[in-house]
Design a protein around this ligand. Structure first.
Ligand SMILES: Cc1cc2nc3c(=O)[nH]c(=O)nc-3n(C[C@H](O)[C@H](O)[C@H](O)COP(=O)(O)OP(=O)(O)OC[C@H]3O[C@@H](n4cnc5c(N)ncnc54)[C@H](O)[C@@H]3O)c2cc1C
Length: 413
């Protein structure tokens, strides 16, 4: 066994990979240029959502992409001038979502991940003394109009087929569950076997503490290059270089920076999302994250306050922030809750998304000892702990808990 492994990127994904390998006796070094959890894993809605099994597909595009060209929807904003950075993703996504079978296969693959994701997080949360950051109240989807609720029938059929537990709620049941929500909604769906994290970045940091207690190392370094040798790698950082037997590339939306020089050209898009925290007014609290389906925003109760998050902005990863989508969401959110005053600055991060909505987890096709764990799009917080386990199982030649074919790094090459 090549015992020495370096994990590049200390977001939820890299950190969980590092822990799972340290648990298996590997000598693990985790590297990030920032403090752990300060990339995309910082500002998300924190959901470990059993119901997040639906790929972004043609339906969503037709509904939201074309209006988005006029910037009319808080669900999707599109910056056409950055089309060269996401056209391959878009074309593959359209191709993938043309057949019902492809759509169903993605649902089944995401469901396979989510069936075990919460249990694996719970195991790590317990071990990392982070149980206090788990909220187990489910995930509440809210529909302002009966028609919009009726449109969710295909989704509910999948929930039934996949045995995902949910309740349909009337307006009075919504108020009973979440007294602070204003009476704007005709229907709700409570997805029950779902939990959330009240501070995803803090969870990543507790996971790093767990890694250290298992004998792993954490280094804050800016990685510049990855150089493959015969049965080893050099990791070049701005400060120094390291030799290592094996490498896991888990740099989320920045994975491309190292992939391209090695000859891997994945059709990844950066689906940007924004957040703003609000100081809830007296008595205004949420017991679980909520999603206003027509408004396209999520509000999640976090340690920092109520976190309002937006839908997708298709743009370049490094393009300057544009306030419009968050403003639209904040306006729409007024029908849901008296949010109170904004706290702190706005934040944005890029969901690293593959066109089939599935992450890339497994051995690099052209480089023995190099492993990939990126492309988790909208589900990297929820599936992080399990991703770490599945990759560690492959590296240590155990049989992975689930079939890994749908997540194969070979599928886009
Ligand atoms: C608004 C929003 C809401 C979301 N809500 C949810 C949700 O509710 N549930 C869910 O499951 N997912 C959600 N997501 C998606 C989720 O946040 C991501 O899938 C996940 O955080 C990806 O984790 P990661 O570890 O792959 O990437 P990251 O967390 O981005 O980690 C990559 C790391 O690589 C490091 N890095 C990059 N370049 C270098 C370099 N040169 N040298 C050293 N280090 C480097 C970065 O600093 C970073 O820490 C949401 C995303 C957004 C934007």
């Amino acid at each position: 066994m090549q015992n020495n492994i370096t994990v590049l990127g200390a977001g939820m994904i890299g950190t969980c990979c590092a822990i799972q390998l340290a648990e298996r006796g590997y000598s693990v070094t985790l590297i990030d240029r920032q403090r752990p959890g300060h990339g995309t894993s910082y500002g998300n809605a924190g959901l470990i959502n059993r119901g997040s099994v639906f790929p972004l597909g043609m339906n969503e595009l037709v509904h939201h992409l074309f209006p988005a060209l006029l910037k009319q929807t808080p669900h999707v904003h599109v910056h056409l001038r950055h089309l060269p950075t996401y056209w391959r993703w878009l074309v593959t996504l359209i191709k993938n979502s043309r057949t019902r079978l492809a759509y169903q296969n993605t649902v089944i693959s995401l469901d396979a991940l989510f069936q075990h994701s919460l249990d694996e997080h719970k195991r790590l949360l317990l071990k990392a003394n982070a149980w206090d950051m788990l909220l187990e109240g489910g995930w509440l989807k809210l529909y302002q109009h009966e028609d919009a609720f009726q449109d969710s029938h295909r989704e509910r059929t999948f929930y039934d087929q996949l045995a995902i537990q949910y309740d349909i709620l009337s307006p009075s049941q919504i108020s009973e569950l979440e007294p602070a929500i204003l009476p704007s909604y005709a229907k709700g769906i409570l997805i029950k076997d779902t939990a959330s994290l009240s501070d995803p970045c803090a969870v990543v940091n507790r996971y790093v503490d767990l890694l250290l207690s298992l004998g792993g190392k954490y280094l804050q370094r800016d990685i510049q290059r990855l150089i493959p040798h015969h049965q080893a790698y050099t990791v070049e950082t701005t400060q120094e270089t390291f030799e290592t037997d094996q490498v896991i590339l888990a740099m989320g939306p920045w994975s491309d920076n190292l992939l391209q020089p090695l000859g891997y050209h994945y059709p990844m898009a950066w689906e940007r999302g924004y957040h703003q925290h609000y100081q809830p007014e007296d008595g205004c609290r949420l017991n679980r994250p909520i999603y206003d389906v027509e408004g396209g925003f999520v509000i999640a109760p976090m340690v920092q306050g109520l976190r309002l998050t937006t839908g997708i902005e298709l743009t370049h990863r490094d393009a300057p922030a544009s306030p419009r989508q968050l403003q639209q969401a904040a306006l729409a959110a007024l029908r849901c809750l008296p949010l109170g005053n904004p706290i702190g600055d706005t934040w944005h991060g890029s969901r690293p998304s593959m066109p089939d909505s599935l992450p890339v987890i497994g051995a690099a096709p052209k480089h023995p000892g190099l492993w990939f764990a990126f492309g988790h799009g909208h589900v990297g917080i929820g599936t992080g702990a399990l991703t770490g386990r599945l990759l560690a199982e492959q590296i240590s030649n155990e049989k992975p808990l689930i079939d890994m074919t749908p997540f194969s790094p070979l599928r886009f090459l």
